[in-house]
Design a protein around this ligand. Sequence first.
Ligand code: ASP
Length: 322
Amino acid sequence: MKKLLVAAAAVLTIVTSAAAQDYPSRPVVMVVPFAAGGPTDVVARILAEGMRASLGQPVLIENVTGAAGSIAVGRVARSAPDGYTLSIGHWSTHVVNGAIYKLPYDLLTDLAPVSLLVSNPQLIVANPKLPATDLKSLVEWIKSNPDKVSAGTAGAGSASHIGGIYFQNFSHTSFLFVPYRGTGPAMQDLISGQIQIMIDQSSNSLPQVRNKLIKAFAVTSKARLAVAPDIPTVDEAGMPGFYISVWHGLWVPKDTPKPIIAKLAAAVRAAFADPATRKRFLDLGQEIPPVEQQTPEALGAYQKAEIEKWWPLIKAAHIKVE
Ligand code: ASP
C-alpha cells in the first residue's frame, strides 16, 4: 500500500511539473475586483498587455465587482490552483477588507503572492464648479455646506472610502459617501456634478485633471508627483501628514505550483522592464517597485506587515458595510 502511495505521489509530481512546464497553454484570466475604466482596471490592462509577450498567451481581463472587491478575490481564492486565474488587487482589497468584512477566505493563507505591483498616492479632487480654489477653502466650503456634499467611493472599505474617512478625521468635516462599483463610474458622476468630491487614486483622476473636467487640491504624499508638479502636497496645502499610498499586487490561489508562480513573476518583471509599459504607468502617477521587490516574497512580507499595521486602525474606525 505504502509503495503504491509513493508511486502515486511520484506520478502526481511528474504530471504537475509537466503542467508547469507547458504553462501557459491557453489564455490566462486576471480578475479585476472593480468596474472597468477605474484605477485597478487600468493597472490590470497595462500589466496584462506587458505580460503577454513573456507568457506567450494573452491575459484576459474579467471585471467582477461588489463588496469593495471581496467578491472577486473570493472567486479567485476558490479557483483551481493552476495559474489560469489571477487576482489583481490593492491595499484595500487584500488588506483593509479583511478588517471590515467577514470574508469567506483568508487573505494570507488562501492566496499565494506573485509580485508587488505599482503604487500611487491619492488626489483630493472636486467637481470644477465648486467655488473652492485651494484645500483650505474646500474644507471651509464643506463645513458651511455639509448637506450639499457627497463623496464617491468604490464601496465600504475601498481606498476611496478609507481616504474619505481620513479626510473627515483630518478636517473635522462630515459629508455623505456614495458607493459605486469602482471609482471609474464614480468619476463620471463627479464630472457631471452628481457628487462633489472624491479622494481618488491619482491614476484615475490625473487624466481628468489634465482635461480640466475636475479640479485637484492636493496629493496625499510627501513629494509632489513628477508628472503633475502643479498639484501641491497635503503638507503644503494645509493638511500635514495626510498620506495614503495605494499599492497593488498580484496573487494566485494557494497551492499553485511554485514553477508557475515563478513564470508569472518573471512575466511581471518583463512588463516592468519594458520602457513603453513603464512610461504608461509613470504617466498615471504610478510608481514601479524596485526590481528586487518584484517578487512573491516581497509581496507576501509587505501584505503581512500592512495587515498588522492597518487592521487595528480600521477596526477601531467601526466602518459600516452598506
Ligand atoms: N481601486 C478601486 C477601483 O478600481 C477604487 C478604490 O479602491 O477606491 O475602482
